[in-house]
Each structure stands twice: as structure tokens, then as C-alpha cells.
Write a protein that binds this ligand. Structure first.
Ligand code: GSH
Length: 272
């Protein structure tokens, strides 16, 4: 398959230069790891952040929507499908082995990239637990709130006269219950930092779990129903850690260039 003429997806490397490509690694790129995910900063974004933090180039294979992703699932591609669970994100090693399940991919990348995982197996269990907790936060807070928030945002912007509809959506989708879940998880993360008195979540060094938790918190707080300062105020140690994580130069410039997640959705919807 040609690597330059597929309309299916775009590949974005660390320098954010976007080129069109197919999902087979191009010549010269075959020594790189690859992330397969949607062209949207959600669950798979943390894998991209790992590479960006480490300044290691990677193949960033982005699918613009579920229909295109369906084209590489097992019922279409059989055993040649690169999706072990028919879901994304997927991490593919330079020799072509595909790994699924986000927390497992984070742990593996932590071991592959320099200085992102602890040598001690017990500390690594703590790291994996934190990466799984980050997924719990995403699954119980971010994802249930995402579509109601997108609808509310669009209605407020495009039809402000229908001002009671956002409230009805909130009531119907029980958004306040999901919103409250944020503080529950933030308290756990604050406790890790407070009880260990460490700079990072699992020690005095930044590990893959810090990137997983940072990305999950950042996704939640980017939803319009959250006010960042208000949500983090009860958790001052976590807030300080969060601000420091966001100020890490490489992450900061990537996040600034990427922009907010809601802006990303609106840009996507306006192109439709
Ligand atoms: N437990 C999985 C969940 C993965 C998942 O839900 N992926 C979603 C995108 S965030 C997906 O692939 N959706 C498309 C589909 O299922 O067809 C993980 O941690 O990676």
C-alpha cells in the first residue's frame, strides 16, 4: 500500500508537521514506535505526551472518526488487524507487535522511554495502580460528561434562546453526580503526594503514572462544567504538582499549540 495517498488518516510527528500516510510504517520510520488513536486528544493522548515529554519521535497514526477506525478492525482485516481488542489506543513496537489497553501501554512505554519507570517492582505496581486510577477518573467523570457538555456548549453558542435545554440535558444525563466524582479521585491523588511527601505521585522522580494522571485531570478540567481553580483549591498539593507538570517546557509548548480539547471538538464539528 502506498504510504502517501491514503485519505484515511494523518500522521503527526513530534514536530507537529502533519503528513498523510497509511498505517504501514514508512521507510525510515520503521524503527519508531507507533501510537494508533483518534485524531482527538482523549484517552490516547497520554501516550503521545510520553513521547513528547521524552523528546522521542514516534509515528502518530490518527483516525478521523469511528467509521475509518472500523476499516482496520478484526472483522475487516482478520488477523492482520493492528487492534488486539478492536479498540484504541494501541501502541505498536518497531517490530510490529501491537499492544492494547491504555494503562498497560503506559507501563510498557515507561519501561521503553528513558527514566519514566521505577526500577523497583513494588514502586512499579504503585505506578500501574495510579495509571489505572487515571483511567477510572476518565471513565467515571470525563467520558460521561463529555457529550452532555459538548451539546450544552453548542446550544449556548448557537441557540442562546434555548437556555433551559442545557439544564434539561444535565438533569437527564445526571451530570452533577459525575461532576462530584472528580473530587473523589483528586483526593486520592492528593493523598499520594501528601502521605509520601514526594515531588511526584510515586516518588521524587516523574514516572509514567504522573503523565497518565496529569492527562486525565487535564481532560476533565477542560470541560466547561469545571472551573480549574475551584476544583483544585481543596487539594493544594495536587494543584502545585498539576501546575508544575503543565509547566514542563516540552509538554507546555505541545499543549499550547494543541489548544483546549473543547476547541478541538468544535473545530472538528465545524468542518463536518
Ligand atoms: N479499556 C480500554 C478502553 C479503550 C476504549 O474504550 N477505546 C475507545 C476510544 S477512547 C474506542 O476504541 N472506541 C471505538 C470502538 O470501540 O470502536 C483501554 O483502556 O484502552
Amino acid at each position: 500500500m502506498s504510504t502517501t495517498d491514503s485519505p484515511l488518516l494523518t500522521t503527526k510527528s513530534e514536530n507537529t508537521k502533519t503528513t498523510t500516510t497509511a498505517f504501514v510504517a514508512t521507510k525510515g520510520e520503521n524503527k519508531k514506535w507507533k501510537v494508533i488513536y483518534f485524531d482527538f486528544p482523549a484517552r490516547g493522548e497520554q501516550l503521545r505526551l510520553m513521547f513528547i515529554y521524552s523528546k522521542v519521535d514516534f509515528i502518530d497514526e490518527r483516525y478521523k472518526g469511528g467509521k475509518l477506525l472500523a476499516g482496520i478492525k478484526k472483522n475487516v482485516m482478520g488477523d492482520a488487524s493492528p487492534l488486539p481488542y478492536d479498540q484504541v489506543p494501541v501502541l505498536v513496537s518497531p517490530d510490529g507487535k501491537a499492544y492494547g489497553q491504555t494503562a498497560a501501554c503506559m507501563q510498557l512505554l515507561g519501561h521503553i522511554l528513558p527514566n519514566l519507570s521505577p526500577g523497583d517492582k513494588k514502586v512499579d505496581a504503585t505506578c500501574l495502580g495510579l495509571a489505572l486510577a487515571a483511567e477510572d477518573l476518565r471513565n467515571t467523570v470525563y467520558y460521561p460528561l463529555f457529550y452532555p457538555e459538548v451539546y450544552k456548549f453548542i446550544i449556548k453558542k448557537k441557540a442562546p434562546c434555548c437556555c433551559c435545554i442545557p439544564g434539561c440535558i444535565g438533569w437527564y444525563k445526571k451530570t452533577s453526580k459525575h461532576k462530584k466524582g472528580f473530587a473523589r479521585w483528586a483526593k486520592h491523588f492528593e493523598d499520594f503526594l501528601r502521605l509520601q511527601k514526594t515531588k511526584y505521585l510515586a516518588g521524587n522522580q516523574l514516572y509514567y503514572c504522573d503523565i497518565a494522571v496529569f492527562d486525565s485531570i487535564e481532560a476533565c478540567l477542560d470541560l466547561p462544567c469545571f472551573n480549574r481553580e475551584k476544583e483544585l483549591k481543596p487539594f493544594p498539593i495536587l494543584e502545585q504538582w498539576y501546575v508544575e507538570m503543565g509547566n514542563i517546557p516540552h509538554l507546555k509548548s505541545y499543549l499550547e499549540e494543541r489548544g483546549g480539547r473543547m476547541e478541538y471538538v468544535l473545530k472538528y464539528l465545524s468542518k463536518k
